[in-house]
Design a protein around this ligand. Sequence first.
Ligand SMILES: O=C(O)CCC(=O)C(=O)O
Ligand SMILES: [Fe+2]
Length: 252
Amino acid sequence: MPATLTFDALSFNPEAVVETIRNHGAVLIRRALSPDAPTRARSSLDAFHSALAERAKSEPSEAERAKFILVNGLSGPNLPDDLRRLVAELAGSPVMECVAAYLGKADTVVPVNHFLFRRRSVQASQALRDAGYLHGFHQDHDHIPGAFPLNIWMPLSKVDASCVGLSFVFPYTEQIFPQPFDVDDYLLQNQGTIWTPDVEPGDVLMFHRSTIHGTYADTSKPVTRYSAELRCGLLKDVPPAYVNDVIPFARA
Ligand SMILES: O=C(O)CCC(=O)C(=O)O
Ligand SMILES: [Fe+2]
């Protein structure tokens, strides 16, 4: 396990954070945000799911949509106020010094359709297991354009041993592996380790899109975990097809 992957927002050095992302693929910044916006987003996510479950009782298409969201997460534009609030909170936080040090000091954007909210209940873990995913380790290489290399993941609820956390696989590699990723083989071949930090609303995880990460579909964890995630990149690198899907993050 790399020595220091955890920084405190009150006392970190942005260059050390960037160094850590480059060498190990991931960092945790504690107390980067006020817990208010993450906690409000969690309530909105619950309200969205309750309303969808109600509609699903009489609308087969809504029942299908609910199943899809259970496995894939809810895309950001479905909760536009929370999406904008979380992006604004991050934009005003010390995290942005790291984003600028990592990506370069230029206009930075967030693609809204790659912003996701997740509610990882026992039911969601079961649905993932039914679909054949036991751990879901992956790289974001396939799904996310290279123009958005940096992921930011925010817990919207307390993450500890009672729920499924986000796990990272070390050592970091930029090699791209086929799906499904064989985590046991990788750990064996590379004397690897897995890191699943306990986190709470206000903490922020940052990682590269090649970093191997995922969440175990562990049905023995009784408490539902809530999270939000986004990717970001420089406006000048955004492919033409994405230009209308991005919102500003930081201005140079
Ligand atoms: O929250 C999860 O379970 C997965 C997160 C993820 O894959 C991502 O942020 O790219
Ligand atoms: Fe991912």
